[in-house]
Ligand binder design. Structure first.
Ligand code: F6P
Length: 344
């Protein structure tokens, strides 16, 4: 077989480990692999690179993606779908392995469902919000980066008797905030799924001060809407969109910090971790996960099980339909937030 492989959407640590596993697994099976540059756009632009054993040597610990990435969606462009189909034929590809999140795999699903396109998905996103799998490539590394930052902020918060607000990524879910907040021992965790009113946050911080703990760490997911005790929600951050029309989040940390300072009078600072969460070397867990998922994708492609995505169910590698994987967003269960409150 001749397989194409692409990475789409935001990059994350572990993509190269997945590419490496797909290439090596394919070569062992006697197949050939072609790298498609910059996501689905690489097919439209005819940008490809041959991927042999040597091309993937040494990339396991490297962050980012050697193939480049983009959020290009052929369904949004005139003639985009026809160009993808024509290019796939011209390159004589038997199938494509698409490593991506909601957007990239949404395109894969539609191509398969509407055009019988031969595609297999591999789940990645630091946000961990993809349905059909318990975990996605990149999440563990992002949580690790955030936890380390929270640890560092603890010591400076304590020295200055400050409230430190840490804004983390996650789009419309709070997986990174919940996991790193618990792992880092944050005092307050703000997520979109269970939006705690800001007045309750301030009350909790005041109580800590009354108990002699005159510093606090607040982790805010970028998707947290500023919520009042009346239940009213505000989105005081102006929403820009990226070049593909997707909303750009970020900025709620500053808003939360200003509100805490206004309502409590405590000295408050904000740290926005931003793209540090997506950069750098993947954790061992992400490398292992990416390798297992990559090999599963090769198995699915070899069996011509098109329209499926490699997935994690418990400790096992499984597969689900791309339809199931892209049907809805996976949210943080409220129990996680309850547990965080017990220990926070
Ligand atoms: O989906 C991954 C993610 O890092 C989100 O957590 C974040 O909102 C977004 O991508 C940032 O996108 P960009 O890299 O386009 O700024």
């Amino acid at each position: 077989m001749r397989l194409g492989v692409l990475t789409g959407g935001g990059d994350c640590p572990g993509l190269n480990a997945a590419i490496r596993a797909i290439v090596r697994g394919s070569l062992v099976g006697g197949h050939e692999v072609v790298g498609i540059r910059h996501g689905w756009h690489g097919l439209v632009a005819g940008e490809t690179v041959p991927l042999d054993r040597r091309a993937v040597a040494g990339i396991l610990p490297r962050g980012g993606t050697i193939l480049g990435t983009s959020s290009y969606d052929c369904f949004r462009e005139d003639g985009g779908v026809a160009a993808v189909l024509a290019s796939t034929n011209a390159l004589e590809l038997d199938g494509v392995v698409a490593i991506g999140g909601e957007g990239t795999l949404g395109v894969a699903h539609r191509l398969h469902a509407e055009h019988g396109y031969p595609v297999i998905g591999v789940p990645k996103t630091i946000d961990n919000d993809l349905a059909g799998t318990d975990v996605t490539i990149g999440f563990d590394t992002a949580v690790h980066v955030c936890t380390e930052a929270i640890d560092r902020l603890h010591s400076t918060a304590e020295s200055h008797n400050r409230v430190m607000v840490v804004e983390v990524m996650g789009r419309n879910t709070g997986w990174i905030a919940a996991a790193s907040g618990v792992a880092g021992g944050a005092d307050v965790i703000l997520v979109p799924e269970v939006p705690t009113p800001i007045e309750d946050v301030c009350e909790h911080i005041r109580r800590r001060h009354d108990d002699g703990k005159d510093f606090s760490i607040v982790v805010a997911a970028e998707g947290y809407p500023l919520t009042r005790s009346s239940g009213a929600q505000e989105s005081p951050v102006a929403q820009a969109t990226d070049e593909y029309g997707y909303p750009r989040l970020g900025g709620i940390g500053r808003v939360v910090a200003d509100e805490i300072a206004r309502l409590t009078g405590f000295d408050t600072r904000v740290t926005v971790l931003g793209h540090t969460q997506r950069g750098g070397t993947p954790t061992a867990r992400d490398r292992f996960l990416a390798t297992r998922l990559g090999l599963k994708a090769v198995e699915l492609a070899t069996g011509r099980d098109w329209g499926r995505m490699a997935a994690v169910h418990g400790n096992e590698i499984a597969d689900v339909s791309l339809e199931e994987a892209t049907r809805g967003r996976r949210s943080v269960p409220p129990g996680w937030i309850e547990a965080a409150r017990v220990v926070g």
